[in-house]
Design a protein around this ligand. Structure first.
Ligand SMILES: [Zn+2]
Length: 92
């Protein structure tokens, strides 16, 4: 017997199959969550993901900034012996 209704695993309501998102991996051809729930979830997911991505980007940026500063500091320390020369070059 072909099921024409199923229970959404998000809102728990019995709904017509047509109210579920089409899925090729599911045995009944529909996802386990209804369209309104899917819309809410994907909207929320996108929002969460955006915040997460932003957080990752900020963390990455800070890391790069940190690393850049470190290498610059190391670089500066490395050329400390050349300060006199660079100072001399600046004065040229
Ligand atoms: Zn639902």
């Amino acid at each position: 017997m072909i099921k024409e209704e199923k229970i959404c695993n998000v809102c728990g309501k019995l709904k017509k199959l047509g109210e579920f998102v089409v899925s090729q991996t599911n045995s009944d051809g529909r996802k386990s969550r209804c369209k309104p729930c899917s819309a809410i979830i994907s909207k929320q997911w996108r929002k969460d993901n955006l915040q997460l991505n932003r957080a990752i980007q900020v963390r990455y940026y800070n890391k790069v900034k940190e690393a850049k500063n470190k290498t610059q500091v190391e670089y500066i320390h490395g050329i400390e012996g050349l300060t006199e020369i660079s100072q001399h070059l600046k004065n040229l």
